[in-house]
Ligand binder design. Structure first.
Ligand SMILES: [Fe+2]
Ligand SMILES: [Fe+2]
Length: 280
């Protein structure tokens, strides 16, 4: 007996907040180092991952140099492990530089469709130029509605930067998704298995129209939820989410990038196989 094998596995990374010149965010965070830490895990894992899904705020300053550096680092690393890459944008991203630097065609909203072995990954653009609040435009909602008309063989994962659910801090409601209800009406009853979001820089889970919503924390800096309802950004506990899709369930596991002191001996896959063989 062994653990069940997910039909698809995704790594969900968000809110990298890279700078064009490699300078720190808020004077304390080195965003390039944080992405490198994530890539070190993703390229050494023995968990096979189908796709690396990015849910926006990839750049902090929207500069072409930030996207060039990101594309260079991620393209090589993803190719090394055979993972597809899906790019979603956030309110800090400058859409022209984002598209040019990451090799995406088009000129307007970043609405994309990617298939990975029958699993459909849709990104929808929730960004309004120049402001942190989010809105999925009527045009983008219509595009999404059209895509969802036909079910995908293994269902759909929807990526939207602004998490479409409330947060525990008062300040988070200064920059919410303004029309989450409209998005809910489009996804209700369709084949969306999970919605992946970021923007609020904290790991969280919710539902929208009965569809699970999984929020990845930021790779740059995170929120100190222990002071809620106040909002305090901190240079700690960055990470990403592991998303495992089984036939009848979706499992999301937070992957912090600051491992601590070990508490017990490492139990390897080989150890487990040995124990199971002994039990037999
Ligand atoms: Fe962000
Ligand atoms: Fe954001």
């Amino acid at each position: 007996m062994s653990r069940p094998t997910p039909r698809h596995t995704l790594a969900h990374l968000s809110d990298l907040h890279l700078t064009g010149d490699g300078s720190g965010v808020g004077g304390v965070v080195e965003p390039r180092e944080r992405l490198e830490a994530a890539l070190a895990v993703l390229t050494s894992w023995r968990l096979p991952v189908d796709a690396w899904v990015f849910s926006g705020d990839l750049s902090d300053d929207g500069s072409p140099a930030s996207y060039a550096w990101l594309h260079d680092r991620v393209a090589d690393a993803a190719a090394q492990v055979g993972a597809a890459v899906v790019w979603g944008n956030g309110n800090h991203d400058e859409v022209g530089a984002f598209r040019a630097g990451l090799g995406l065609r088009g000129w307007a909203a970043v609405n994309t469709e990617t298939f990975v072995r029958g699993l459909r990954i849709l990104t929808v653009d929730s960004n309004l130029a120049g402001v942190p609040e989010g809105l999925v435009t009527v045009q983008t909602l219509a595009w999404l509605d059209g895509r969802l008309d036909a079910a995908a063989p293994a269902g759909t994962v929807l990526v939207v930067h602004h998490a479409p659910v409330p947060q525990p801090q008062d300040a988070a409601h200064l920059w919410p998704l303004l029309n989450a209800d409209a998005l809910a009406e489009v996804v209700r009853g369709r084949d969306v298995r999970v919605i992946l979001s970021g923007h609020f820089h904290q790991t969280g889970f919710g539902t929208l129209a009965g569809v699970p919503v999984a929020m990845a924390t930021s790779l740059a800096y995170t929120q100190d939820v222990g002071v809620s309802p106040d909002l305090r950004g901190q240079a700690a506990h960055t990470g990403f989410n592991l998303v495992e899709l089984y036939d009848s369930s979706v499992v999301v596991t937070a992957v912090p990038l600051d491992p601590g002191v070990g508490v017990h001996e490492v139990l390897t896959s080989e150890d487990v196989r040995g124990r199971l063989a002994f039990d037999d």
